[in-house]
Design a protein around this ligand. Sequence first.
Ligand code: SF4
Length: 366
Amino acid sequence: MHLYVHIPFCHRVCPYCSFYKHTPGETPIGGFIEALGVEAAKRANSLEDRPVTTLYLGGGTPSMLSPTHLIRLFSLLREAFLIDDSTEITMEANPATFGKRTASIYQKLGVTRVSLGAQSFHPEVLKTLGRQHNAEDIQESVSLLRQAGIPRLNIDLMFSIPGQTAEMWDDTLNAALALKPDHISAYNLTYEEDTAFFDRFKKGEFIDDSTLNARLFDHARTKLTKLGYRHYETSNYARPGCQSAHNRGYWSGADYLGLGPSAVSTLGGRRWKNIPDTVGYLAMINRVGHAETETEIIGDEEFRLERIALLLRTDFGVPMKHLSSVPLENITRLVDEGLAERAEGNLRLVGKGPLLVDSITEYLVC
Ligand code: SF4
């Protein structure tokens, strides 16, 4: 089973971010950690299988947790589940939110991957994104994590940010590559509802330029793959052996359990979402021991469509069994046009295919 823990706290809210998050305000962080422990124990009791293949601490900003809170959280999770040396443990971290001592605590707690939310190395772009760190903070964070002995590092980057030129994107890629990360995530900025960026997009202040998006995507793909990074998912690149097992599990439809406000779980064909409200989460956990609000049963057809949408984004591709209702001529057309190939029983995108993944998905499922 894959385990996700959502830590909703951020120092400040970035104007493009649509995740459930907030500044800590009056939230009792110690009480929040204990509530996660209660939820973990309760869920674990109802599971037949408690070994955890991967644990992912996301948010929000998990690196905002103090060492005391982090140690307590890991202790509660280890009491509830079987987490051992084979578990991939990823923690999202913001540059400049941790120091030498904290980095060494991550290592002692068994963290095997840190995913650093760098986004850009360019001061103007970081300002547009409302980020608090600068390029030196990213470099310093990488150095601290390496010194602490964290085995794997991911650097999160973003392109098509308002005001970002192709040269700025190239500079950011070069700066990230100079740090020799094991993994790079390169996301195309999207304008998500209920964000300040979305409002500005709606007013016409920002534009979504698909030609520029394609150019920047292609530039990253060419550059990173030439340097030995495998483009194993639309937005993800890894050195050999350094892919994220957590994400792989999610894309392939493995069971996962999410803890914390707004976290989603899918176990045994049932999906539920926790209340996206920290105060409400604490109240529900204290009252009934869980924070589940929306529940649905994932039928075969829904599972199949999800696999097509997610696996088409990967270099693994979609098993042909999920495409049995797609007319054969549609698949043949993609192959003939050099956008996809059939290999080992899967259909996978090649050439310009990954660039067109959204429209190809629609073409296959509609
Ligand atoms: S992008 Fe990260 S740091 Fe910024 S608000 Fe979202 S979760 Fe917090």
